[in-house]
Design a protein around this ligand. Structure first.
Ligand code: SF4
Length: 190
């Protein structure tokens, strides 16, 4: 494995969330995206500069997290960090039975032009694909805008499983940190 695949540039992570995919999940948001969707809900993730995190250490933490049934990888744009994404997905798949769901701004057809993406797709359960379109915003069932396409790449989940995911969630950590997340996160007012 080449050296660049040993680290992934992360924006943030949550060890247990119920609003970023079916069931309790570990969610990560990678740092860096050049796709520039108008009205992007996560503009802080666009810069390509961020904290580089050892992938094996991240995989260890994911696999050691109790009660989760899967991992959600979002961003930023996960497929703009190949081969780091491939390394992470392979480590999770090899060492656990956790489900894997990925959000991407690319269409599936575009991904087939990215070296290594087909191998990633062969190892995950759900891909939610396509640019965010502000004029088509729906923000439910894990779909940000109506043009997004959900690809079920295994038989692990059904459309009903995704429809039942809460649209928003407020997580209060033991240190008092408040995180608001989900496909339609609530706005906190002071
Ligand atoms: S692909 Fe995602 S992170 Fe990138 S600009 Fe579009 S909505 Fe934002």
């Amino acid at each position: 494995m080449e050296a660049s695949a040993l680290f992934i540039t992360l924006h943030s992570r949550i060890q247990n969330t119920v609003s970023n995919g079916p069931g309790q999940r570990y969610a990560i948001w990678v740092q860096g995206c050049t796709l520039a969707c108008e009205g992007c809900f996560n503009a802080d993730t666009h810069s390509l500069k961020g904290a580089r995190f050892p992938i094996d250490e991240l995989a260890d933490d994911i696999i050691a997290t109790p009660t989760i049934e899967g991992v959600t990888i979002s961003g930023g744009e996960p497929f703009q960090q190949m081969p780091a994404l491939a390394h992470l997905v392979a480590a999770i798949r090899k060492r656990s039975s956790l489900s894997i769901l990925i959000f991407t701004g690319f269409t599936r057809e575009e991904l087939l032009c990215i070296s290594g993406a087909d191998e990633v797709l062969s190892q995950i359960d759900v891909l939610i694909a396509g640019r965010f379109r502000q004029d088509l915003r729906v923000a439910r069932g894990l779909v940000g805008s109506a043009n997004k396409v959900i690809h079920f790449l295994s038989n692990r989940y059904t459309p009903g499983d995704l429809d039942s995911v809460p649209q928003s969630e407020i997580i209060i950590a033991s240190d008092g940190t408040v995180t608001v997340t989900g496909i339609n996160p609530l706005e906190l007012r002071s």
